[in-house]
Design a protein around this ligand. Sequence first.
Ligand SMILES: [Zn+2]
Length: 115
Amino acid sequence: MSVVWSHCFICTASLQLPAHDVLLTVHTRQKWRDTYRFVCPLCHEENVKPADERIVTLLVSSSVRIERVHIPDELDDPARWDQRRLTWDDILDFAVGAGAHDHLAREAAPWRSVQ
Ligand SMILES: [Zn+2]
């Protein structure tokens, strides 16, 4: 059985992990960072670490589990990443558009009666 050496960034333990306990996440677009994850057997915290090309190659050769994530084209469209802040008007527009304005009014009612 293959093993993977790593360190836990929570308890700093040096670990020798069975390959099947490590999950490599590879994205279909290069600008999305590949990662690998495992749960530390000592402190039981999940570790998620970046995986550059060299680490991906090592992990694949160690037969870790591999998850391939398809990144839709729309997420690379700069127009979708408008840096404008969300305003109260945006939230109200969303609530009205979603037909949830009655629910929001009920949620806000206890606060109004405190005055
Ligand atoms: Zn740990």
